[in-house]
Write a protein that binds this ligand. Sequence first.
Ligand code: FE2
Ligand code: FE2
Length: 158
Amino acid sequence: MADPGTFVDYLTADHRDSDTLLAWLQEQADAGCFAEARAAFARFRADTLAHFAAEENVLFPEFERLTGIQNGPTEVMRVEHGDALALIADVSLALEEHDANRAHGYAEALLILLQQHNLKEEYILYPAVLGAAGSNAAMLSARVVQAREGTVRPDLQP
Ligand SMILES: [Fe+2]
Ligand SMILES: [Fe+2]
């Protein structure tokens, strides 16, 4: 039987990876190694977009359906995703222009924004969804993980 906590562990691991990639990107940009910085950024960006999509397309709607709360924490999380996307565009441009100071600064702002965002998800939103899902937690976990990985299994479609 699948561990009902899987999606929490899975998405939390993504959060830790994002911290690591942003710190590495900063180090590489500071050292003038822009090819390495851009490679780290490309992976960070792809992982983050897939992570946001899994949250916005599966996890947040499930929270809203289970709790009936439409304009609460999930709305705040969506706005913060939008703020993060704007900073991601700023980092991208700074790296393209080989501007280490701006790349470092925007990456730092992104790191702080995401750390605060991720703590709210890990300590409030994820446990709330898991608790509300009850006996359907394992199925929900499978759907979140598959959305994150961009795969679709017909047997898990509603
Ligand atoms: Fe999020
Ligand atoms: Fe997240």
